[in-house]
Ligand binder design. Sequence first.
Ligand SMILES: [Zn+2]
Length: 308
Amino acid sequence: MFACVAIAASMFDAASAPRASAAPAGGCGSSDAAVHEVAAGDTWFEIASDAGVAMRDLLAANDAEASDAIHPGDELCLPEGANAPTGGAAAACGTTSATYTVASGDSWFVIARRVSTTLADLLDANGSTARTVLQPGDRLCLPKGSVLAVNVNTVVPLAALPVQGPCWYGNTWQAPRGGGRRHEGVDLIVTPGNYVYAVADGVLSRRAWDQPGSLSGNAWWLTTADGTYFFYAHLSDFAPGLQTGTRVRAGQIIGFVGSTGNSATPHLHFEIHPFGGEPINPYPTVRAAGGCKRGAGYEQPGGWIPET
Ligand SMILES: [Zn+2]
């Protein structure tokens, strides 16, 4: 019997994990009901569209509401009449093969380079050609010998969004920057002075003050219990009373959006370093957490509404 909405192993402890969606404990109704495993960036709407069913039917099949959060690895029941899963490239990999979840903006070439394999081997492992269209959320098999030190498209569950919306952002992972550097974060374009929030419970482990020649400007490093840290740059100012070593809660205001350091326009530069290692692309994480919310959709992943 399938337990629907099995929550994927979280990189965070239960205390800081977003609430799980309510799902029937008894499985998907019939033993042969189709199941969809949630991929990075999936939304209720997109899953329903892909399956060719109404969103209300998908929600009903999972005893869920549209506001319930879904997370990569969750298993959802598909209602009767759902299409067979598509995703042409997502062939069944051998049980020992590593897989890779396609993110927005990925291409066959970019993925091959990222995992240190050849384009030909990557295509071969997936029975695909370079013309096979990749969709965000598709799962690819990685050929033997691939090196995936860090899955840059890992989604880290956030208990709060990093900024007070409205905001605007795009996928600029690895975009060229001055001095031969590559962009290792996501830039959230926000009205200056808007709040910057702790995205998880943790400790403000390091602070940088703006000074001439500074790249980051005013910046915080927020470190969680497993060593994961989040880097927030270009703040106009820090929230009062905070210092290096201060313990903060998810959703707590830690600063204000600005344009200090190497910044041309008010924005928050936000990075994620799982377990204290190399950065991952934070774009899928921010997107999965709800992106730039405003108005009635202002509810945060943790269920609270920011003060305005
Ligand atoms: Zn940036």
